[in-house]
Design a protein around this ligand. Structure first.
Ligand SMILES: *[C@@H]1O[C@H](CO)[C@@H](O)[C@H](O)[C@H]1NC(C)=O
Ligand SMILES: *[C@@H]1O[C@H](CO)[C@@H](O)[C@H](O)[C@H]1NC(C)=O
Ligand SMILES: *[C@@H]1O[C@H](CO)[C@@H](O)[C@H](O)[C@H]1NC(C)=O
Ligand SMILES: *[C@@H]1O[C@H](CO)[C@@H](O)[C@H](O)[C@H]1NC(C)=O
Ligand SMILES: [Ca+2]
Length: 402
């Protein structure tokens, strides 16, 4: 039925014609190369040897470059533990960013000089006033050794408003002198981090980030107006979109060594499915001495971004172990067909920071009483990097999160 003669004939003749036409232009090209080789006053084997040598040198170069890249990422990894803090973080002032290694005063990212920023901070009557004053010695992003800088300012994790300064053309020492006001109450202020990102404007391409400052606002003494220069840090690898929030209740009974975790509910979860809804469930995991220890999970809630779980899990954790344990809570989207995606994660324990540390400390200082609290989810890459579990083998070239 398919072999209707006129059509197959036409087809066949057409394809043979095509075949001729493709082999046609190749012959002259080969001929040309042949002629060229004949013109070179060297024997054929010598030409081939030279060609092979060039290919070999090129390969050696590629291997060297690859090896260098690997070394660099290893070095970066080794630096990490310096950023960690101990339980003394409970004292308040030392809570500077374990989770945000690129916070201003860390020595993270000093390999590249990105420049400095002069800012001011003032808090009065439910208003945070951020001054972007001036920048100096900014890294040049454009050919010609200059940049077109401007600054974006916002608060996280509740990213309500993003302000931007004007763009200053062709300078690495701009004077901005702009003030931005955020309406925020004292309790929210304690949970917030201010982010100041310096960008290079480009008319026809993506704007380049020059560097950023991140300041946790709970460490600041608001009795004075703050005005200071800080070196810009490497931009955070984890752009904090709003991943959602989770509410947990924790209870610890030291005498019986029982830790009870109730996963109550989550809200405003980031949607992972194309339809705009997710099928979330929560994993509750205990890590002891950086090794995975115990794990439980809730049921999957179908098609919602605001799941109500109300599931309780009890673990045996002795009083001696509770000092060394970390509670990792992660929210996942259940997918029937593909691998499940992590929506977000947090961890609590003596090494946690901010809100999470406070919750853990509240639990320990109120034995036998359930303490409930909401937490903003963080990206799971960010939390995993902070936790640095012992057995996780990371190969930098394959891990696309780096
Ligand atoms: C907390 O700080 C106070 C004084 O600032 C100090 O005396 C105390 O030892 C600190 N506690 C811890 C646990 O570091
Ligand atoms: C904010 O945190 C500081 C120190 O961490 C504390 O002294 C203050 O009471 C907190 N304020 C509120 C409203 O939570
Ligand atoms: C949550 O769970 C507890 C115990 O399992 C139960 O007593 C309570 O009624 C539940 N709450 C709701 C609102 O379902
Ligand atoms: C907390 O950090 C310290 C110092 O970095 C580390 O030695 C300790 O093992 C950590 N504790 C936990 C529970 O991971
Ligand atoms: Ca530019």
């Amino acid at each position: 039925m398919v072999t209707k003669t006129p059509i197959t004939k036409g087809h066949a003749s057409h394809s043979t014609f095509k075949g001729n036409s493709t082999t046609g232009p190749v012959n002259p090209v080969l001929g040309f190369i042949d002629q060229l080789l004949n013109k070179i006053p060297l024997p054929r084997w010598a030409i081939y040897a030279i060609f092979a040598a060039i290919v070999f040198i090129f390969l050696v170069c590629v291997i060297c470059i690859c090896a260098k890249c690997c070394c660099k990422s290893k070095k970066k990894k080794k630096k990490k533990p310096d950023d960690e803090i101990s339980i003394q973080g409970l004292n308040g002032s030392t809570t500077t960013a374990l989770v945000q290694p690129s916070s201003g005063d860390g020595n993270y990212g000093t390999t590249k000089n990105r420049g400095r920023l002069l800012y001011s901070l003032e808090y009065k009557t439910d208003e945070l006033i951020v001054g972007i004053k001036q920048a100096a010695a900014l890294a040049a992003m454009d050919t010609g050794g200059t940049s077109d800088p401007y600054v974006k300012v916002y608060l996280t994790p509740k990213k309500s408003k993003t302000f931007e300064t004007q763009v200053y053309r062709k300078t690495v020492n701009p004077t901005f002198n702009e003030l931005f006001k955020f309406k925020i109450d004292k309790a929210d202020l304690n949970e917030s981090t201010i982010v100041m990102k310096v960008f290079d404007f480009n008319r026809f391409s993506k704007h380049d980030i020059i560097g950023e400052l991140r300041l946790e606002l709970n460490t600041i003494d608001w009795n004075h107006v703050i005005e200071e220069w800080k070196d810009l840090s490497e931009p955070s690898k984890f752009e904090e979109g709003n991943l959602g929030e989770i509410c947990l209740s924790l209870r610890y009974v030291p005498t019986s060594g029982k830790l009870t975790v109730v996963v109550l509910e989550a809200k405003d979860l980031k949607s992972m499915d194309p339809g705009g809804l997710s099928d979330p469930y929560t994993k509750v995991q205990l890590v002891l001495d950086r090794k995975k220890w115990k794990r439980k999970k809730t049921a999957v809630k179908k098609c919602t971004l605001n799941p109500y779980f109300n599931e309780s899990f009890t673990f045996d954790v002795s009083f001696e172990q509770i000092q060394r344990v970390q509670l990792v809570i992660s929210v996942w989207d259940h997918d029937k067909l593909t691998r499940n995606d992590a929506i977000g994660k947090i961890f609590l324990g003596c090494n946690a920071t901010g809100n999470q540390l406070r919750h853990w400390a509240d639990m320990l200082s109120n034995p036998r009483r359930p303490m409930a609290q909401w937490h903003h989810l963080l990206s799971s890459e960010q939390v995993d990097q902070t936790l640095q579990l012992k057995h996780t083998v990371r190969i930098p070239l394959i891990n696309k999160n780096f």
